[in-house]
Design a protein. Structure first.
Length: 165
């Protein structure tokens, strides 16, 4: 029993020494819990999200809940650059093997770019709906519209309280 206790003490001492040693930058590890925590996204009750890039430009996509509900996305139709949109305008469509869904603009503005990669590889919406699977970029006409959208926390409550989401 003394041997086990002595061995355990040595192990604890070694662990403390290892933790105290600085790691070179190349060996640092970081864990990315969620990109949602990094940036302020606002959500609609139709499951689109919008994220400001700067004072006037924003990125639009669909939520994780929406992409899960759709299933494997096989087709994406996105608005063309230059298209003028009003809040809640239907501006595109996503189709999966089990359903189809319209895409609505969460804000008013002018489309500046569509994600061609999503049109070529629609599965990006499923694999990376907040990063690579965004749908289009828009120059916002009225930034106050963002304040009327839900924060991530409000969206989570909305999902929890909605029967059919």
């Amino acid at each position: 029993m003394v041997f086990i206790t002595k061995f355990a003490r040595v192990g604890v001492q070694m662990a403390r020494q290892v933790r105290a040693m600085p790691l070179p930058a190349s060996q640092w590890r970081s864990f990315h819990v969620s990109c949602i925590l990094d940036k302020e996204r606002r959500f609609t009750d139709k499951h689109e999200w919008v994220e400001m890039v700067d004072d006037k430009k924003a990125i639009v996509g669909i939520s994780s809940y929406a992409q899960e509900a759709l299933g494997d996305v096989v087709f994406a139709q996105l608005p063309e650059p230059g298209t003028e949109l009003k809040k809640d305008d239907e501006c595109g469509a996503l189709e999966s093997v089990k359903a189809a869904s319209e895409v609505y603009s969460p804000v008013s503005g002018k489309v500046t770019e569509k994600n061609g990669e999503v049109e070529n590889t629609p599965a990006l919406v499923n694999s990376s709906c907040y990063e690579k699977g965004w749908l289009f970029k828009v120059e916002i006409e009225d930034a106050t519209e963002l304040k009327k959208l839900m924060t991530e926390e409000q969206y989570k409550v909305f999902l929890a309280n909605s029967e059919d989401h």
